[in-house]
Design a protein around this ligand. Structure first.
Ligand code: MN
Ligand code: MG
Length: 367
C-alpha cells in the first residue's frame, strides 16, 4: 500500500466517523442511565418550620429535600431536576411575602431564589400560582432562571398559549461506556382546567383553560417533530381511573396512554406514588412505579419527599427508547417526624431573612 492509498483510507475513515450522528455510535455502545428528580406542591414550604404552631417541623421544607437532591444527584451520572408547580402559595411565608411585604415590586421571590440555587432544569406552573393574579405571576416569573412550562392555559383574546407550553432541553449525557451523547429532552407542563372556577375573579376574560389530554395530544407530536428524544410531562394533576372527560382534574391515568410521553411527574393531589394508596388502581404496578407500563412519580407535598424516576435509554432503530424504568420517592423524615437528612445550610441562609420576617410578623400579631 503506498502513502496515497493509506492517506485516502485514513481520510475516508475520519469522514465516516464524523458524519454519523451520535445515536449511530450508541447502537453499538452504551446504555444511558437518566435520573429524573421531582419536587411538587411545595406551597412555599422552604423551611422545616410550622408557622401555625411556631415551631420546627422536620416533615416539611425544601431545606431538607435539598439534601436528598444533592445525594440523588451524586449517585447518578446523568440527572435532571424539575418542580411540578404549586410552589408559591399555601403557607404564611407565601402570604406574608405577597400581601404584606409586596415582594412583587422588589426582588426575586425566595422560592425562585431557592430554585435558582438548586439549578432546576425546568418548572411547571400549578393552579395555586394563579391565586395572586396574573399580573403578580408575570412579575414573579422574572425570577426563575430555568424554563417555565404550561400547555393548558391560553390567552382569551387570541387563543394562544399563555405560557411556553413546552421546552426542548439540550443535555449532554454519558453512557455506561463513557461516551457522550447530546439528548433533546422535551418537557411539557399541564394543570387542571378547574382553574376557571377556582380562580374565576383572577382569570375570567383573560385566559381560558384546555383539557389536559387534549393539549398533550396537540403538543407531544410537535415536540417529537422538533427532535425530542425523550418526553417528560410535568403534570400538575393527580392519578385517578374515573372515566375521562374534558374536565378531568386528575388526568395522569389518561396521559399515560400517550405513547410518546416517556415519564410522568404527577402532583396536585399531594399523594405519594408509588404508594399503597394506589394499589387498587387498574393497570398500575406500585412496586415498579408504573401506570399502564409508564413510569410515574408523585412526591407528596411541602417538600416531604423527593420523587425519583430512573430511566435506562438505548438506541433502537435509530431512536432513543426507554428500555427500563423504576420510580420511587424518598422521605425527609421517618413516620414519627424525625429528620432523616441534614438541613442544607447554604439554602437556609439564602432565604432566612424572609423566613424570619414572617415569624416576626406572626409574633407581632400575637399568633
Ligand atoms: Mn397543591
Ligand atoms: Mg394543585
Amino acid at each position: 500500500m503506498n502513502n496515497k492509498v493509506l492517506f485516502l483510507l485514513l481520510f475516508m475513515f475520519i469522514v465516516s466517523q464524523a458524519s454519523f450522528p451520535s445515536y449511530m455510535n450508541a447502537e453499538n455502545n452504551g446504555t444511558v442511565d437518566l435520573r429524573i428528580l421531582e419536587t411538587t406542591d411545595l406551597h412555599a414550604a422552604l423551611v422545616n418550620y410550622d408557622y401555625y404552631q411556631t415551631k420546627t417541623d422536620n416533615t416539611i421544607g425544601l431545606v431538607k429535600t435539598s439534601s436528598l437532591i444533592h445525594q440523588a444527584r451524586s449517585e447518578a451520572v446523568n440527572s435532571l431536576l424539575f418542580d411540578n408547580g404549586d410552589h408559591l402559595k399555601g403557607n404564611p411565608l407565601g402570604e406574608y411575602l405577597v400581601r404584606i411585604k409586596g415582594i412583587q415590586k422588589r426582588k426575586i421571590h425566595p422560592v425562585y431564589s431557592a430554585f435558582n440555587y438548586l439549578k432546576y432544569d425546568a418548572i411547571a406552573i400549578g393552579n395555586h400560582e394563579l391565586n395572586y393574579g396574573l399580573k403578580f405571576l408575570k412579575n414573579a416569573l422574572k425570577g426563575p432562571k430555568m424554563p417555565v412550562v404550561n400547555a393548558t392555559v391560553y390567552k382569551a383574546k387570541n387563543n394562544k398559549p399563555y405560557f411556553n407550553p413546552y421546552v426542548l432541553l439540550k443535555r449532554n449525557v454519558i453512557d455506561n461506556q463513557g461516551q457522550s451523547h447530546e439528548l433533546n429532552i422535551g418537557v411539557i407542563g399541564f394543570m387542571p382546567p378547574q382553574i376557571m372556577r377556582w380562580d374565576k375573579a383572577n382569570l375570567e376574560g383573560k385566559v381560558i383553560a384546555r383539557p389536559i389530554v387534549e393539549a398533550a395530544k396537540e403538543f407531544v407530536p410537535k415536540m417529537k417533530a422538533e427532535g425530542a428524544d425523550v418526553i417528560i410531562a410535568l403534570a400538575h394533576t393527580g392519578i385517578d381511573s374515573e372515566p375521562y372527560h374534558a374536565e378531568t382534574e386528575n388526568a395522569v391515568y389518561y396521559l399515560s396512554d400517550i405513547k410518546e410521553i416517556d415519564a410522568i411527574l404527577a402532583g396536585h393531589s399531594h399523594g405519594i406514588f408509588p404508594g399503597r394508596a394506589y394499589k387498587d388502581l387498574p393497570n398500575t404496578n406500585i412496586d415498579e412505579g408504573k401506570v399502564k407500563g409508564k413510569p410515574v412519580v408523585m412526591a407528596g407535598a411541602f417538600g416531604s419527599r423527593l420523587g425519583i424516576i430512573d430511566l435506562k435509554l438505548e438506541v433502537q432503530g435509530g431512536k432513543w427508547r426507554v428500555v427500563q424504568s423504576t420510580s420511587t420517592t424518598r422521605p425527609i423524615a421517618d413516620e414519627n417526624g424525625n429528620s432523616l437528612v441534614k438541613t442544607d445550610k447554604k439554602l437556609l441562609k439564602l432565604i432566612k431573612k424572609e423566613h424570619q420576617e414572617t415569624v416576626d410578623f406572626l409574633k407581632k400579631l400575637g399568633l
